[in-house]
Design a protein around this ligand. Sequence first.
Ligand SMILES: *Cc1c(COP(=O)(O)O)cnc(C)c1O
Ligand code: SF4
Length: 353
Amino acid sequence: MEIVASPLESVGTSPRNADTPFPHRERTETWQQLVKSAIRDPGELARRLGLPAPERPDDTIAAHRQFRTFVPEPYLTRIRPCDPYDPLLLQVMPRADEMTSADGFLSDPVGDLNAMDQPGLIRKYRGRALLVASGVCAVNCRYCFRRHFPYEAAPRSLGDMATALQPVRDDATIQEVILSGGDPLTLTDARLESLVEEIGQIAHVRRLRIHTRLPVVIPQRVTVSLLRTLSGSRLVTIVVLHINHAREIDDAVVAAARRLASSGSMLLNQSVLLRAINDDAATLIELSERLINTGITPYYLHQLDRVRGAAHFEAPVERGRELIAAMRRALPGYAVPRYVCEEPGADSKTLLA
Ligand SMILES: *Cc1c(COP(=O)(O)O)cnc(C)c1O
Ligand code: SF4
């Protein structure tokens, strides 16, 4: 889906310099400009971070062609230069290993295509329906379980989305609509506002949940009008962020989370257990501490979905269980996420610890 330009919105006030009689505006980029200027080339990403050329360049380019490199500037600034093992870099830099096939790693590991009863609407669990509200993200995470998802089948226009919601209107047991994607916050504020209104008109729907990584990768996404849409709806709103490492939470992300919380939304986080990125106790404990100190409750730690191209990210379930045990010893109970995996056909996520 194209990111449609909306009228520029300025977030906050322009700073004034006390030493000059003329107030001057600091150049602040909108989230949409930051999406447009994102790095889309693995070579440029390597150059910007002072990294050597990749090993097996042909496979690295093939990996990039299969699932495009996409890293916006505010995320780039959190990656340590000159460190090929930086845990943030490893999430976004294509690598040759993605082209190595591994048994059991599939295109649609969680059976989404079977559960799609209408283009763009996935109903797997009781009381909840998931709308694929956008086919694009503001960052492309290499381990993503939807890296091969046929987004062409997702609704594109607001009219398509209204149509996709018909099974929700027809089924009074559905109390919660989950906006996912892609990343639903790639929609413009105007579109989101209309979509939330459309959902709010379905009387039996009580809750709106938004799964997004955008406030993390581009904190500028938390605009005044997004906050207005969230706080203005009669629906209970829940925002599930997606953060895998404490270093993804910089001061701008803390401020964005505070603003989101001020809209009255409940803030949760889900992480994916990722080998060499967050599969050690100190890293996960630090992540949970940073989350709760930011007002975000750890919700899920996901076992990696076995998507083709992501085998090198997998940590064994036994390791995950040990890590949860270590977190339980170190943290308040509410700061320990539920360790889960997704099994096609199951009627809930499967609890691993
Ligand atoms: C994960 C998921 C949900 C939400 O599950 P919760 O356990 O409520 O977080 C809903 N629908 C689909 C299709 C999902 O994959
Ligand atoms: S933001 Fe989420 S959906 Fe998008 S690429 Fe990353 S993991 Fe996948």
